[in-house]
Design a protein around this ligand. Structure first.
Ligand SMILES: C[S@@+](CC[C@H](N)C(=O)[O-])C[C@H]1O[C@@H](n2cnc3c(N)ncnc32)[C@H](O)[C@@H]1O
Length: 270
């Protein structure tokens, strides 16, 4: 089974073959021979069953591959071209639920790879100041334009920054990752975990909305199974305090998302 970035199931035969690497993903037939791009909102993606039905994901993968030596190049291009198939155009429902039920830590929060910034804005309040960073200038400009006049605008900031090299002035009480882990090259995941470790306060919490929880090959989105997180977070001293299915996932992602909450183990804090 393969998943596209909106959680749509590809069956292997529709791809022609199981692809062994990201590079081989780009050996699929050219975009021009695929179905016309469709809007990527919730309403249209649940019925898609093949990669041809989702040319935006294919285009994203092309852009990232073509700019593989430039950390921001492919993402910038995808934003410029409007190839943002991950973007649901509103806050992630489970984020809203966690905020409304008082289940999100207060203090300083970070959303790496924040994209258009809906989750940043949804979490921001006087008790929780949120920084959203994204490597794409276009995304940050869009987020600022969309949200800077909102009543809670004093409680969030958008910054263009590369997660891996950014040096924040303060540590965070909360880091929330959704579709950032699956966007980066799997080889970068250990560095992702070390950076989380570097930026989180000793008793801070990492919340990962894990997607796509699957065993597919290639990306982005790369597979993001629980074991993929454990593999890089355990060596940094993190352990899961809870991992549950996300019952509030949007329809096309339902069954392929898990909400993970992580803290440093007591042992690692000694
Ligand atoms: C799949 S999108 C997810 C956006 C957002 N989290 C959402 O759920 O809508 C991944 C985002 O990460 C950004 N990104 C990729 N590499 C990055 C990096 N090294 N540092 C910061 N942002 C990065 C991309 O520009 C893109 O906006």
């Amino acid at each position: 089974m393969m998943l596209d970035i909106k959680g749509v199931i590809f069956n292997k035969s529709s791809l022609g073959q199981v692809l062994a690497s990201r590079r081989s993903l780009f050996l699929q037939r050219p975009l021009s021979s695929q179905a016309k791009p469709r809007a990527m909102d919730n309403s249209n993606s649940s019925s898609s069953t093949s990669s041809a039905a989702n040319p935006k994901v294919h285009r994203l993968q092309q852009l990232i591959s073509h700019h593989e030596y430039s950390p921001s190049g492919g993402w910038e291009k995808s934003w410029e071209e409007g190839v943002t198939p991950w973007d649901i155009g509103r806050p992630t429902p489970v984020v809203v639920h966690l905020r409304q039920t008082g289940a999100l830590p207060f203090g300083n929060a970070l959303v790496p790879g924040c994209g258009s910034g809906h989750d940043v804005v949804a979490m921001a309040c006087p008790e929780r100041r949120v920084v959203g960073i994204d490597i794409a200038e276009f995304a940050i400009k869009k987020a600022k334009e969309s949200f800077s006049s909102l009543p809670n605008a004093n409680y969030f900031t958008f910054l263009k920054a590369d997660f891996f090299t950014w040096r924040p002035n303060e540590l965070f009480d909360l880091i929330f990752d959704y579709t950032f882990f699956c966007a980066i090259e799997p080889e970068m995941r250990s560095a992702w975990a070390r950076k989380i470790d570097e930026m989180l306060k000793p008793h801070g919490e990492l919340i990962t909305l894990m997607f796509p929880v699957s065993d597919h090959v290639g990306g982005p989105p790369y597979k993001a199974a629980v074991s993929d997180y454990e593999e890089v977070l355990h060596p940094c001293g993190f352990e899961a305090i809870s991992i549950v299915d996300n019952d509030l996932a949007i329809k096309p992602r339902m069954g392929n998302e898990k909400l993970g909450r992580w803290k440093r183990s007591q042992k690692s804090l000694l």
